[in-house]
Design a protein around this ligand. Sequence first.
Ligand code: ADP
Ligand code: MG
Length: 378
Amino acid sequence: MEVRLTDLTKIFPSRDKKDKSEVVAVDNFNITIPDGKLVGLLGPSGCGKSTALNLICGLETPTKGQIFFGDTEVTNLPPEQRGVGMVFQNYALFPHMTVEKNIMFPLENFKGDKKLTKEEMKAKALEAASLVQIENLMSRKPKEMSGGQQQRVAIARALVKRPKILLLDEPLSNLDARLRLQTREEIRRIQRETGITTIFVTHDQEEAMSISDLIVVMKSGVIHQVGKPQEVYDSPVNLFVAKFLGTPAINVFKGRIDKGGLYIGNEKVLDIPDTAVMNGENVQTDGRDVYVGIRPEGFILDEAGPLTCKLDRVEVMGRDISVVSFHDAATDAGTVCVRSIISAENDIDENEDTVKFSLKPAKTHIFDAETEHVLRFI
Ligand code: ADP
Ligand code: MG
């Protein structure tokens, strides 16, 4: 089922007694989530992810805007009539009920013709439990299970009514690293098997990148970019998106464009055309202060290269080498640290004071220093 949000906005009154200004938790969302896809809603804590999800499932009413599931508007429908399954971070299982009862719970309140017999409910619960591979744990209570198993129960409970849309709010954050990895693969598998349109909320960029068909990157209630994970990584629209995606993070330098050259400090690192497209408009590049974002894999070790950094240390990571160096124009949280990842086939002398790089243009992103929008060259 396609999900379409138009001008969707949620404004909360302030919770802070001193600061009375209201909070725009979701600011004019206009987005279509295609049928059958897994979409990752990604952004830092407090950016409005949970609010967006709660609006979609009907736990919150929007201040403005509309929500459509397929051609049907659901903006004012109560949650139970929307056909969505929701999974929360803290599982929210009933502690006194068995796994089977927990999973069956959403089926209990079907009325009239839809009312199910005990046997039908049990069959449906078993089917949902098999999907998340916990069918052998049906008689346990939540406290007798691991966090990962409890989260599977929560997912089974969300799936038991065969929802048209599955919403997952940071479902992996209470799990340890290994289980997190395993459970996210599991969610991907279940989504593929069922074909249910799924919205997966997380603040973890790696998690979102690894399982999503599409990611929606947001900050302070505003959608900044929507695209396939690789597309967004390869062509971020602004400095925020560039910094939010990728580990190690993109290296950001203060730079300047001068007469067709991109300068970091007084070194000319790339040739730059005279005009660029910024936010849909043609602009002149000459004389512009910029931020230069270079992905860790965008550096080429090159004795004749134009960018000179002070070598700190070399970390060998098997296939790759991580070269940690410093540059006065680097802006990484004030540490001036540069992290570059190069193939382990490179030979690098750790006793040298400096290391020189040339840059891969496709891995180098240039942002206007004032607007922080990307400059694109045709
Ligand atoms: P996220 O899930 O991305 O961490 P939330 O959607 O929970 O973010 O919150 C977005 C913003 O809205 C935050 O500033 C939060 O404090 C505020 N907020 C959320 N719920 C309420 C509420 N019920 N009343 C007032 N402010 C709220
Ligand atoms: Mg949240």
